[in-house]
Design a protein around this ligand. Structure first.
Ligand SMILES: Cc1cc2nc3c(=O)[nH]c(=O)nc-3n(C[C@H](O)[C@H](O)[C@H](O)COP(=O)(O)OP(=O)(O)OC[C@H]3O[C@@H](n4cnc5c(N)ncnc54)[C@H](O)[C@@H]3O)c2cc1C
Length: 419
C-alpha cells in the first residue's frame, strides 16, 4: 500500500522538472498529488537547493530546514515522482508535439537507500574524499568527491551495509516527456572584478551566503558570530546592499531578496550577541508586501541596527590588517565618511544559475531559451517550457512556491483540455 492508490495516473507522459530546490520540489509534489508522474532532475547530490543552506527564513524567522525536510522526504517517497540526483538533462528534443529527453545520471557510488550513515567510510578514507551529503537533508548519506578519490577500494571493503560500489558508471536514460518545468534557481556571482567592493581581499569580507553558512545554527560555528580572520567576536558588521546587483556592469536587476535577508541577518546577529553593532548600507529599501514592510520596521530601534543610505564607493582592508574601511557618501546627510568595520557582508550578487552554465558546458546540457540576464523565457504550445522560482525571475521562497504551483496547475489544465 502506498497511500496513493486513490490517485489515477493521467495516462500522459511524465513531466520533466529540472532543478530540485523549493520551486522544483513544490511543482513536482503538486503535479504528483494531482496524479501526474514526474521525473525530477537535480544536478547536486541532494534536494533542497539554496534554501537547504539557509538558517532562518524571513518573514517568519522559522527554521528553513524543517518544512523543507518534510517536502524533500515526501518527494523522495512519492510513488509518482522519480528523483534523479547528480544528474542533468543532456538532450531535449521536440517531435510531434512531444518531448524526448536524455538524462545523464551520475554514478551514485554510495547507495543512499543502503547507507546507514555510520561514518566509517569518511573516517577511514586515506584521500579524505568522502564527506556527508548535506547532512541535514533526507536521506542522510555520504558522497565521494571524484576529484580526490584514488579508487583504492578501502571504503567498499569496510562499509558494513555494502552501500558502496565504485564500479558504477554514469547512466543515460531516455524518456518521453509531455512538458518541462525549469526550476534551476540561482548561483552566487563572483564580484572580485568590481574592485570597489574588496571581495576576495580579506577573509572578513564575505558574501551573504557565506555569512549565512558561517553563522547558521547548523553551520560551521553553530550560531556563534565570530570573525573568519582570527576567531574573535566582531565589534561591528556592515551589510552592503546591491553589491553587484542593480549595476549595469554586472546584474542589472534587483535580487528581490537582499533587503529582506539583510534585515533578517542583522536581527539574528543582534539576537545572538547584542554587543555587535550592525549597519545596513542601502540604495533604497525594497520590502514590498504587508508582512515584509512590518518585518523591516519591527524592533529596529531597540535592536540598534543602523540604516545608512549610500552605496559605498570603496571597501578595503586596513593596512594594519585589523579591520576593513568602508568609504561612502551618506546620501541623506550628503557627507562623505569613512568607517571601520570588523566584518563586511556583500549582498546582491545572485543571478540565475543558467547564465553560468552556458560557457562552462557548451553542448553537453539542454538549456531553455533565456533572456540576456539568464532568466528562462517560457514557451507554450503543444509542448511547453514552463519555469518557476529564481530561474524565472528574482523571487523569494513565497514567490517561488506560488510560481511553482501555478506552473503545475497550467500543466494540469492543459492535460484536462487534451482529454
Ligand atoms: C543569503 C540569502 C538569504 C535568503 N533568505 C531568504 C529568506 O529568509 N526567506 C525567503 O523567502 N527567501 C530567502 N532567500 C531566497 C531563496 O533562497 C530563494 O527564493 C530560493 O532558493 C529559490 O528557490 P529555487 O528552487 O527557485 O532555486 P534554488 O534554491 O537555487 O534551487 C535550484 C536547484 O536547481 C538545481 N539546478 C540548477 N541548474 C540545474 C540544471 N541545469 N540541472 C539540474 N539541476 C539544476 C540546483 O542545484 C538547485 O538545487 C535568500 C537568498 C539568499 C541569497
Amino acid at each position: 500500500m502506498t497511500g496513493f492508490e486513490h490517485i489515477q495516473k493521467t495516462g500522459r507522459d511524465a513531466v520533466l522538472v529540472v532543478g530540485g530546490g523549493v520551486a522544483g520540489i513544490t511543482a513536482s509534489l503538486d503535479l504528483a498529488d494531482a496524479g501526474q508522474s514526474v521525473h525530477l532532475v537535480e544536478s547536486s547530490s541532494y534536494l533542497g537547493g539554496q534554501v537547504s543552506k539557509l538558517d532562518k527564513l524571513y518573514p517568519t524567522d522559522h527554521c528553513a530546514f524543517c518544512p523543507l525536510w518534510t517536502d524533500v522526504k515526501k518527494c523522495m517517497e512519492h510513488p509518482l515522482i522519480t528523483v534523479h540526483t547528480l544528474s542533468h538533462v543532456k538532450e531535449l528534443n521536440k517531435e510531434n508535439g512531444n518531448y524526448s529527453a536524455v538524462i545523464l545520471r551520475g554514478p551514485h557510488y554510495i547507495d543512499e537507500k543502503k547507507c546507514i550513515f555510520c561514518g566509517r567510510c569518511e573516517k577511514e578514507c586515506p584521500a579524505a574524499a568522502i564527506h556527508p551529503d548535506w547532512e541535514h537533508l533526507y536521506p542522510p548519506s555520504f558522497v565521494i568527491d571524484e576529484t580526490l578519490c584514488t579508487k583504492c577500494g578501502n571504503c567498499t571493503k569496510i562499509c558494513p551495509s555494502g552501500a558502496i560500489d565504485m564500479d558504477l558508471k554514469e547512466e543515460e536514460i531516455s524518456l518521453p516527456v509531455s512538458d518541462v518545468i525549469w526550476a534551476t534557481g540561482f548561483k552566487e556571482a563572483n564580484i572580485n572584478h568590481l574592485k570597489e567592493y574588496g571581495s576576495g581581499t580579506h577573509p572578513d569580507i564575505m558574501t551573504s551566503m557565506e555569512f549565512e553558512e558561517w553563522t547558521s545554527e547548523a553551520g560551521t560555528n553553530r550560531g556563534t558570530i565570530i570573525k573568519r580572520s582570527d576567531g574573535a567576536i566582531p565589534a561591528n558588521i556592515a551589510f552592503i546592499q546591491c553589491a553587484g546587483a542593480r549595476d549595469l556592469r554586472m546584474i542589472p536587476s534587483c535580487s528581490a531578496v537582499c533587503c529582506m535577508h539583510a534585515f533578517k541577518q542583522a536581527e539574528w546577529v543582534k539576537r545572538r550577541d547584542k554587543r555587535i553593532d550592525c549597519s545596513i548600507f542601502y540604495t533604497d529599501l525594497r520590502t514590498v508586501g504587508r508582512d515584509y514592510y512590518r518585518y523591516s520596521l519591527r524592533d529596529f530601534e531597540d535592536a540598534n541596527i543602523k540604516l545608512v543610505r549610500g552605496r559605498p564607493g570603496l571597501i578595503h582592508p586596513l593596512p594594519s590588517g585589523n579591520g576593513i574601511a568602508v568609504q561612502f557618501e551618506n546620501t541623506i546627510t550628503q557627507k562623505r565618511e569613512i568607517r571601520k568595520f570588523d566584518i563586511v557582508i556583500l549582498n546582491g550578487n545572485i543571478q540565475p544559475s543558467l547564465i553560468q552554465l552556458r560557457p562552462a558546458q557548451p553542448g553537453s546540457m539542454a538549456v531553455p531559451r533565456t533572456d540576456k540576464e539568464g532568466f528562462v523565457i517560457e514557451e507554450s504550445g503543444e509542448t511547453s517550457d514552463f519555469a518557476c522560482g529564481f530561474g524565472l525571475e528574482p523571487a523569494d521562497v513565497a514567490d517561488s512556491v506560488i510560481q511553482a504551483s501555478a506552473a503545475a496547475m497550467r500543466i494540469m489544465n492543459k492535460a484536462s483540455d487534451q482529454r
